[in-house]
Design a protein around this ligand. Structure first.
Ligand SMILES: C[S@@+](CC[C@H](N)C(=O)[O-])C[C@H]1O[C@@H](n2cnc3c(N)ncnc32)[C@H](O)[C@@H]1O
Length: 200
């Protein structure tokens, strides 16, 4: 049977049909229960440590992490996603938060006023654009912060292995100064949750 994964990455190949996916599936990645709590919590600890006044959350999906960030930091993040359907749903679920449609691979510069960019489980979907995105950050976000929450796989990663396969390889790939990092898993999990913070 078809699952939401078929619309994202299939057999190690990027598909990226996010709009169709949100049309067909109510709660992809079980966002409403916010799994990967270690990395999400760590991302919030990073945000609290730097006490930023403004946040851009990239790949917000249905908005559940935006809500969590707001509750913990009192900052309403500007939360963006490439899927108009996801944004429409997020606005309905969290009417007091701030959502809009944007493709982070082309629109990032528009948000240059924010103090901190959060990538919450989006890295795999923007891999070919990462170098260009880092260039935009260097030009328009110098001195500001980048927080990346990302799950890695215990030996089962099929897509993007030529870029990085664990947190340390990811850190080595990012051209910014590492400020803090957190890595966590439970013995029975097939994934490793990570959260890293860089100064751009
Ligand atoms: C794994 S979900 C993460 C959802 C949410 N951040 C969370 O942690 O629950 C990844 C999200 O990234 C969005 N996305 C993928 N490519 C994007 C892009 N280029 N710009 C903005 N959002 C994108 C997808 O539509 C999807 O909602």
């Amino acid at each position: 049977m078809e699952t939401y994964h078929d619309y994202v990455i299939k057999d190690g190949k990027f598909v990226g049909k996010f709009e169709e996916m949100y049309e067909k599936f109510e709660d992809p990645w079980t966002q409403s229960v916010q799994p990967n709590k270690y990395s999400r919590m760590a991302g919030i600890v990073h945000l609290k440590n730097i006490q930023v006044k403004s946040i851009l959350e990239c790949g917000c999906g249905l908005g559940y992490y935006a809500d969590w960030i707001y509750k913990e930091t009192n900052v309403v993040p500007k939360s963006v996603d490439i899927s108009a359907i996801a944004i429409e749903k997020a606005k309905k679920i969290f009417p007091k938060l701030d959502f809009e449609v944007a493709d982070i691979c082309v629109d990032l510069e528009k948000y240059k006023e924010v103090d901190c960019i959060v990538f919450a489980e989006i890295i795999w979907y923007i891999l070919p654009n990462l170098k260009d995105i880092f260039e935009v950050m260097k030009t328009h976000f110098k001195g500001k912060y980048l927080i990346v929450n990302q799950v890695f796989y215990k030996g089962s990663q099929k897509y993007g292995t030529e870029y990085f396969t664990n947190m340390q390889e990811f850190i080595d790939y990012v051209p910014f100064t590492l400020i803090s990092k957190c890595e966590a898993t439970s013995v029975s999990d097939t994934t490793i949750e990570t959260s890293t913070m860089f100064q751009i």
